[in-house]
Design a protein around this ligand. Sequence first.
Ligand SMILES: [Zn+2]
Length: 103
Amino acid sequence: MTYQTCMKCGKILPEGSLKYIVSINILADFEGILLESFEDIDGEIENIIEELREMDPVVMERDIQQKIAFHLCKNCKDQFASDPLSTGEEASSPQDKTQGMLH
Ligand SMILES: [Zn+2]
């Protein structure tokens, strides 16, 4: 019988058991604005092309887009969903807002 393990707590997740795939897609948010002003724009473009040639393509791709996916058990999925940015504060949900309004 094949099984996977929760990538956070290591719990065994047998085939057919309740488990989750958390998929994260990180994208560079380029707004098309360059803050620096260049007097020699042609020279600057050549410099940028030269820098890109020297960069590791894997690192360059990771700086633009990175996809991460991992299996979690229900407990770890619930923990992740309640605080995905690890801020120590629970992510707000419409249910939380309703509870807040009742107090
Ligand atoms: Zn887990």
